[in-house]
Ligand binder design. Structure first.
Ligand SMILES: [Zn+2]
Length: 273
């Protein structure tokens, strides 16, 4: 495996742990990146809580969300969200799907997301809503069919965040770090917005012009790197942080599907689905 791919896997594992550590994701939800050497593929962890993901857990998928090699492990059921967005948006390099608690009051009432502070502009001025019911009727609410993922990608359009009515949020980014910045700060904004609504007065949102200018903060200032370093430190300081786990597994396993072998060796233990 090339050094750049190893580094990409490491960055993506850290990204998984960051969004979990910052309260955006728990056992469900997932983070992917477009393959650094092949735009027709993407990397997504096997079915595992993001806070536990290591660089070895990633499965390579084509844009139809079919694994390039049989991973021999459980896979996320909603992976078409990722594949269909990569297919529709060549400029998207990373995708996060989550059900952050901060967003749920908005999603349960189909309320618009409104940027209420400068960093909240990462979600856009009025991100679109998508409801699986509109096109597909009664389902189990999981986005598992390619046509469901394609429908969601159409709703995202050229934006960076789509709100999924009564379900969650899907965020896109120009890089893994850009994605995590958008995911964390849009969730923070949603929490502030809902709290502000509780005061009972009208919300003073950013103007469209302010939102457009503030949306460039992550790409045109040092803010992105500063935030990434801060979040990484918080992950590293946790017991079971990525450094220790990665140091052990990276030296011990060098084959193409180490995670699969390691998992299949645990006889009798149920796999996560
Ligand atoms: Zn979901």
């Amino acid at each position: 495996m090339s050094n750049s791919l190893l580094e990409a896997r490491r960055e993506l594992a850290l990204a998984n742990r960051i969004v979990a550590n910052e309260g955006v994701i728990d056992a469900f939800g997932h983070v992917s990146m477009r393959h650094p050497a092949d735009p027709g593929r993407y990397l997504l962890s096997r079915s595992r809580a993001p806070e536990l993901v290591t660089p070895e857990d990633f499965v390579e998928y084509d844009l139809d969300s079919v694994p390039v090699r049989d991973p021999g492990v459980g896979q996320y059921s909603e992976r078409v969200i990722h594949g269909e967005i990569y297919k529709a948006r060549p400029d998207v390099m990373a995708v996060c799907h989550h059900h952050a608690p901060a967003f749920m009051p908005l999603l349960a009432t189909r309320s618009d997301y409104v940027p209420v502070f400068h960093l909240g502009a990462v979600g856009g001025i009025k991100p679109p809503y998508w409801d699986q019911q509109d096109e597909f009727g009664d389902t189990n609410m999981l986005v598992v069919k390619p046509e469901e993922g394609a429908s969601l990608a159409r709703a995202l359009g050229q934006g960076w965040m789509v709100l999924m009515n009564r379900h969650g949020v899907t965020v896109a980014g120009t890089s893994v770090k850009d994605l995590i910045f958008r995911s964390v700060y849009s969730a923070m904004n949603a929490e502030y917005q809902v709290r502000a609504l509780c005061i009972g007065q009208s919300i003073a949102s950013l103007t469209p012009g302010e939102a457009q200018l503030c949306g460039q903060i992550s790409t045109k200032t040092t803010g992105l790197e500063r935030a990434w370093e801060y979040w990484s430190m918080r992950v590293a300081n946790k017991a079971g942080g990525l450094k220790a786990a990665d140091g052990k597994t990276a030296r011990a396993k060098r084959t193409t599907a180490p995670a699969a072998k390691r998992q299949s060796g645990k006889a009798g233990k149920p796999r996560r689905r």
